[in-house]
Design a protein around this ligand. Structure first.
Ligand code: NDP
Length: 240
């Protein structure tokens, strides 16, 4: 049986984040769905079964992340789980020199995770329990041409989450979920034409975001003394 938890999901306005919100709310948890596009979040909350609260959030804004976690704690008395899912994948070769896109990936994928950890850890410490679920990627385990910076950010997600696991107080659970190719808007934001073309072939075999949501739900719903540390979920047909 699921015990209802207070769960904050970042990057909840589309793709994996939206599927995670729908799944966790349907499982009986109270979910705070955060992203910048609040119109999308309102629609998600309206179409979800269960308890979903909407919050406008840019994860790169440390003060805003801290304020949101404080608001959740003030309203609900606790924060049980942070699903750090917000991410961007702006693939290009390094010699294309798209330095602003490198910065954006570092800001959202790495600083966004760190901002979430900084905000959530005091709550987890006060409660003597908590759970960080990071959405990394197969890019946390491999590098291909055009993925250097994206893969670097996802290696960082892996390293930060594993470092937290090793340092954590008893009671804090830490999970890294690494998806392969999943249907979402992720590749639509790529501006480099070569990387975009290469992605069309690479992303031909994909799985729905609900497959990742099911993995997140599995990790969260384990008993408190069971910590699902790392899962890679690829389409069966995905190579490499
Ligand atoms: P989407 O592009 O569909 O979703 C990305 C989400 O991140 C959106 O909700 C977006 O919301 C949010 N986001 C982007 N920038 C910010 C920001 N500054 N602050 C807050 N939220 C932000 O892609 P996916 O669902 O696929 O991606 C989710 C995660 O899964 C990412 O971390 C991605 O790297 C990872 N992943 C995805 C894979 C895939 O094949 N789909 C494979 C491996 C990993 P908004 O713009 O409204 O703020």
């Amino acid at each position: 049986m699921t015990t209802s938890k207070i769960i904050l999901v970042t990057g909840a306005s589309s793709g994996i984040g939206a599927a995670v919100v729908r799944r966790l709310a349907a499982d009986g948890h109270h979910v705070v769905a955060a992203a910048r596009r609040t119109d999308r979040l309102d629609a998600l909350a309206a179409s979800s079964t269960g308890s979903v609260e909407v919050a406008g959030l840019d994860v790169a804004d440390r003060a805003a992340v801290t304020a949101l976690v404080e608001r959740v704690r003030a309203r609900h008395g606790r924060l049980d789980v942070l699903v750090a899912n917000a991410g961007v994948m702006l693939l290009s070769r390094l010699d294309a020199g798209l330095v602003d896109e490198w910065d954006r990936m570092l800001d959202v994928n790495v600083r966004g995770l760190l901002n979430g950890i900084a905000a959530a850890l005091p709550a987890f410490r006060d409660q003597g329990a908590g759970h960080l679920v990071s959405i990394a990627s197969v890019g946390a385990h491999e590098v291909v041409p055009t993925s250097a910076v994206y893969s670097a950010t996802k290696h960082a997600v892996w390293a930060i989450t594993e470092g937290l696991r090793q340092e954590a107080d008893p009671g804090l659970r830490v999970s890294t979920i690494s998806p392969g190719v999943v249907e979402s808007e992720l590749a639509e934001h790529i501006t480099d034409p070569h990387a975009r073309d290469a992605m069309r072939t690479y992303r031909a075999a994909s799985i729905p975001p609900e497959a990742i949501a099911a993995t997140v739900a599995f990790a969260i719903d384990q008993p408190g003394d069971v910590d699902v540390n790392e899962v890679i979920v690829r389409p069966t047909r995905q190579r490499p």
